[in-house]
Design a protein around this ligand. Structure first.
Ligand SMILES: Nc1ncnc2c1ncn2[C@@H]1O[C@H](COP(=O)(O)OP(=O)(O)OP(=O)(O)O)[C@@H](O)[C@H]1O
Length: 277
């Protein structure tokens, strides 16, 4: 990749499955050191995209380029279940001799309160997820791809893991892409958003810019001019409408507010389902 500021670039990326396209015409750029929330309904193509970026699946068309080394934690967190935590660390060190940061690995295991002598198959789902993340982080990758890393964790563990990731981003400039269904967790954590709908990129960019380009308008869809209505909810008089604005919005100020990240994502996901509840 020629631009040093770009860590991941996809161009026309597509993967055809037997039943159709799992990913289609997918193009985006993620800057180095960014944290991207990859969101979309079940089956939208999130895992497919991450696996292609990790080099585990070959695209049918297009390409994705990543800058530097890539770490990937799959949704099913493959670990050797008969190993202890300590043995997994040793395995990580031996198989990643050059990149392995053992001090960091032990620090992260300590922070996660994972007992070194515990067998992997005796750990809870959330603990296994944390161990998988430790092993990925300790390799000090330049790009870290995480497929639903938080899904099995309790709220405190989720917060701790996100803090660990933020520290890693600040200290090493690692670029993180993580898929999730719980967008509220990522508010204030992710600075980029990638929203997939049935294999297609529907929304991509900087979170701040995307929030800036959208408005929630109270009380119906009266006169929204040429602005793009994403989703209207709750009827003409007491409802709200999410619009993508392309300039000045000709609606009284008191009827307009800025959406939050979760509100924005949920509106798009609902609109994709054709549900205006
Ligand atoms: N091994 C496979 N063989 C055939 N089709 C597959 C395979 N894996 C995924 N698909 C299909 O590809 C599409 C995208 O799946 P993918 O797992 O990437 O979605 P996802 O967004 O990660 O979903 P989820 O949120 O449920 O994890 C789906 O239609 C799915 O049925």
């Amino acid at each position: 990749m020629s631009d040093p500021g770009v860590a991941v670039r996809a161009e026309g990326l597509g993967l055809r499955r037997r039943r159709g396209w799992a990913l289609r015409d997918c193009s985006f750029e993620l800057p180095a050191g960014s944290v991207t929330a990859l969101v979309g309904a079940n089956g939208a193509g999130k895992s497919t995209l991450l696996k292609i970026a990790a080099g585990l699946l070959r695209p049918s068309e297009g390409a994705v380029a990543t800058r530097g080394s890539v770490g990937f934690v799959a949704q099913d967190k493959p670990l050797y279940r008969g190993f202890t935590v300590a043995e997994m660390l040793r395995f990580g060190r031996v198989t990643n001799a050059e990149d392995w940061d053992d001090t960091y690995a032990r620090q992260l295991v300590g922070e996660a309160a994972l007992p070194l002598s515990a067998k992997v198959n005796r750990l809870s789902g959330g603990e296994r997820a944390r161990l998988a993340l430790v092993l990925a982080l300790a390799r000090r990758p330049d790009v870290l791809l995480l497929d639903e890393p938080l899904s099995e964790m309790d709220p405190v563990a989720r917060e701790d893991v996100l803090r660990t990731l933020m520290v890693a981003v600040a200290e090493t400039g690692v670029t993180v892409v993580l898929s999730t269904h719980v967008v509220s967790d990522l508010d204030g954590v992710c600075d980029h958003l990638l929203l997939l709908d049935r294999g297609v990129v529907q929304l991509a960019g900087e979170v701040e810019e995307l929030l800036d380009n959208h408005r929630v308008v109270l009380a119906g869809r009266g006169d929204l001019g040429d602005h793009q209505v994403i989703l209207g909810r709750g009827g003409e008089h007491r409802g709200t409408t999410l619009v993508r604005v392309t300039g000045e919005l000709d609606v009284p100020e008191e009827l307009v507010s800025a959406p939050g990240l979760e509100e924005l994502v949920i509106a798009y996901l609902r609109a994709n389902r054709g549900v205006a509840a």
